[in-house]
Design a protein around this ligand. Structure first.
Ligand SMILES: CC(C)(COP(=O)(O)OP(=O)(O)OC[C@H]1O[C@@H](n2cnc3c(N)ncnc32)[C@H](O)[C@@H]1OP(=O)(O)O)[C@@H](O)C(=O)NCCC(=O)NCCS
Length: 394
């Protein structure tokens, strides 16, 4: 019999399932690199458009390559009217992540290259979705508030244009740049749950859009991408810095979780959280409202102190912790935080789906097909007798 490895009930932690050329997370040192480049350099020198090119093409673009890519992104920002029509028929209470997930197959139906499985066509599909998802997220927020969607402004950057389509007002340069940095920070993180979901679907030879639908579904969970909006709910619930200590202590003693704290891979500070802490502080100064920054900082400190007492170990903020107050101060509605994560992570997902489809980091494409032990009813090798419905007692 073929030997299997015992890796049950550990959520695949530490189990290597593939090679990748896209990014690396050093959980011990707290480093994150995209295609060999440190995230700290990327947020200093790059833009989301350039980082998306880097993730997709494995190298930084030359000036003319970047210009061409930016123009392609701008020219693909519009979505078919059907997308707005579908939104107008949906109940206003529908969750923005569900709307986003449902809009992707509509976009698929309008893609002239949907069934073209060439590498080039997959890059085109990636560009289209990177360009269009911000429009979908912004339009849903406006339609549910009975406002007209705002048409994209080709003069604005990817980040600036999203904030504009959401509010109808062109953002100031500092806010647009801070949001651009947020998009860079959320764009890629190796084999996280949503990326793995997308890659698994790609491994079945399903089309590009089907993989992205799976990734969006996985991202929506509260212990993955859903954590950022849960952090905001927590900040609102705690309300005041002087309530932090007792709130955190009670939460942890009852076995609850402080959202935005802890990470499956980082055992030191997540480098993205350090950068976001800085943005949060800057925004607090600019908006002249330090409440959310101070509250977040106080929860971080109290959680660390209480965690040391209770578990004798350290815990650190993850990418979601400071991004909640950052987005709140940018006037992004709380239930849009996770869709905002998706409009950034689409670049990483796209790179992974293409890597999976074209076996760019392994010898050949392979269908993911793990194994499980059957622990259900068993009546012997011949299976259980089928009892006709009229003879079943209960
Ligand atoms: C992300 C997460 C799922 C990682 O969990 P993990 O891989 O089990 O992390 P660890 O193995 O380091 O957890 C060790 C212990 O700390 C606890 N812990 C981890 N994060 C915690 C948190 N935010 N609040 C309270 N306790 C936490 C775990 O429950 C575990 O307790 P146990 O030893 O009594 O079972 C977890 O930290 C979490 O749920 N965080 C909150 C949700 C969140 O912010 N998610 C976004 C991630 S980017």
């Amino acid at each position: 019999m073929k030997e299997t490895l015992e890796t049950k009930n550990i959520g695949l932690r530490g189990v290597k399932v593939a090679d990748t050329r896209i990014s690396d997370v050093d959980g011990e040192k707290g480093n994150l690199i995209y295609r060999g480049l440190n995230i700290c350099d990327l947020v200093t020198y790059s833009t989301f458009e350039e980082v998306s090119f880097l993730l997709l093409h494995d190298h930084l673009p030359k000036a003319e390559e970047l210009k061409k890519f930016q123009l392609e992104l701008v020219s693909e920002r519009e979505v078919p009217e059907t997308v707005y029509g579908f939104m107008r028929m949906m109940p206003k209470s529908a969750h923005p992540m569900d709307i986003l997930e449902a809009a992707v197959p509509i976009l698929a139906a309008y893609d002239p290259q949907l069934h073209d499985e060439s590498r080039d066509a997959n890059f085109r599909k990636a560009t289209r979705l990177i360009a269009k998802l911000p429009n979908v997220v912004a339009a849903w927020d406006r339609i549910r508030k009975e406002k007209e969607p705002v048409r994209p402004d080709p003069k604005l950057s990817h980040a600036g244009n999203f904030l504009y389509m959401l509010s109808g007002f062109r953002p100031d340069q500092d806010t647009a740049r801070d949001f651009d940095i947020c998009l860079i920070l959320h764009a890629e993180h190796s084999f996280n749950a949503s990326t793995f979901a997308g890659r698994e679907v790609a491994s079945t030879h399903a089309h590009f859009y089907a993989s992205i639908v799976a990734a969006i579904g996985a991202l929506s969970g509260e212990i993955h991408g859903g954590a950022n909006s849960e952090v905001m709910k927590m900040l609102v619930e705690v309300g005041e810095v002087n309530r932090v200590k007792s709130w955190v202590s009670e939460k942890l003693q009852k076995g609850g979780k402080v959202m935005g704290m802890g990470h499956a891979v980082y055992h030191t500070e997540d480098p993205r959280a350090s950068i976001l802490r800085g943005i949060c502080s800057r925004l607090a100064d600019r908006t002249e409202d330090r409440k959310w920054f101070e509250l977040t900082k106080a929860i971080e400190a109290s959680t660390q102190e209480e965690f040391r007492k209770l578990k004798g170990k350290e815990i650190y903020p993850n990418v979601d912790f400071y991004s909640a107050s950052v987005y709140h101060m940018m006037k992004i509605p709380t239930d849009l935080f996770t869709p905002v994560f998706a409009i950034s992570r689409i670049s990483g997902w796209a790179a992974h789906v293409i890597e999976e489809k074209f076996a760019e980091a392994q010898p050949k494409p392979e269908l993911y097909r793990p194994d499980a032990d059957y622990v259900g009813n068993y009546c012997g090798p011949g299976a259980c007798p089928y009892i006709p419905i009229e003879e079943r007692s209960k």
